[in-house]
Design a protein. Structure first.
Length: 288
């Protein structure tokens, strides 16, 4: 597998900002938008910014949607004028992301929370090239890797637990794998066509039994959109006490989210006996 970094080291892409190092973005007409929900993550946010700013593909915009942080988040972001920063109270990352989505100008969108970031410096360019080339593909994804709170790389997610003997199925073949496993694609790196995010991502945090990214996965698969896997470690997901996954685990909400996700998925699959599944391209048009 092609990976840029190994376990037990700090990713080079999030090294401290160097003297006279300048970053650019395209705020006028970007090909791709990166949206980062944020809330009191000052200790991590610079790593997120740097991992995106150091991408080899520069035709992007980086939007940080902050929920009203009271730490030093604003002071840190001020050092990076290529970032668009908005701060106001919200109900959580789902609302923050949807606010960012309304502002986003790119054809493609990535969600990268401000404790996470990208590892592969070619990730943005890879995603744009694949979806520009194949209009049937609606989402591009790769492997994520754990990052400790102090910035040390850990295991590569899903590689050994799910895909040790084979690569994930592509495009039309993916649906059969999802129907058997209900595997959810890792939101920290997947790049999605803007129209598909609008169609599949939930619009608020209220009265939702399924966690927003699980709900996106359910909608994406049940509505017949096609993913494409790239065999690369694309992003890091940092483990820390205020991480949503940790909070869900401590409160028991994670169990409820998964139960409802599996239940909703199984109900859809059972309905295929009378309503056959339909595949759709990146414009939501039925293709099979």
């Amino acid at each position: 597998m092609n990976t840029e970094f190994k376990i037990g080291i700090r990713p080079e892409i999030i090294r401290p900002k160097e003297e006279n190092e300048l970053f650019t973005s395209n705020k006028i007409n970007p090909r791709i938008s990166i949206i980062s929900p944020s809330m009191n993550h000052a200790q991590f946010i610079e790593d997120t910014i740097l991992s995106i700013a150091r991408q080899n593909f520069k035709d992007f915009e980086h939007i940080i949607m902050d929920g009203g942080s009271t730490d030093s988040t604003f002071e840190i972001v001020q050092k990076y004028p290529h970032v668009d920063f908005y701060s106001e109270a919200d109900s959580g990352p789902c609302e923050a992301f949807n606010k960012g989505l309304k502002l986003a100008k790119g054809d493609y969108v990535i969600m990268s929370c401000t404790s996470d970031g990208l590892i592969s410096s070619d990730w943005l360019g890879t995603c744009v090239e694949i979806m520009d080339r194949d209009p049937e593909i609606s989402l591009v994804w790769g492997f994520p890797q754990y990052l400790s709170e102090d910035g040390i790389l850990g295991p590569i997610s899903f590689k050994d637990s799910h895909f040790s003997n084979f690569e994930p199925p592509q495009k039309f073949d993916w649906f059969n794998y999802w129907s058997q496993t209900k595997f959810w694609l890792p939101e920290g790196n997947f790049c999605v066509r803007r129209k598909i995010y609008d169609d599949c991502f939930p619009k608020d945090d209220f009265n939702k039994t399924i966690e927003p990214c699980l709900e996106f996965n359910y909608n994406f698969n049940s509505r017949g959109y096609l993913p494409f896997f790239v065999n690369v470690v694309a992003n890091f997901g940092r483990t820390h006490n205020n991480q949503m996954g940790q909070i869900f685990a401590r409160t028991g909400m994670g169990v409820h989210h998964l139960r409802d996700y599996f239940g909703k998925s199984n109900n859809y699959l059972n309905s295929l006996h009378t309503n056959p599944h339909k595949f759709r391209d990146g414009e939501s048009k039925i293709i099979q």
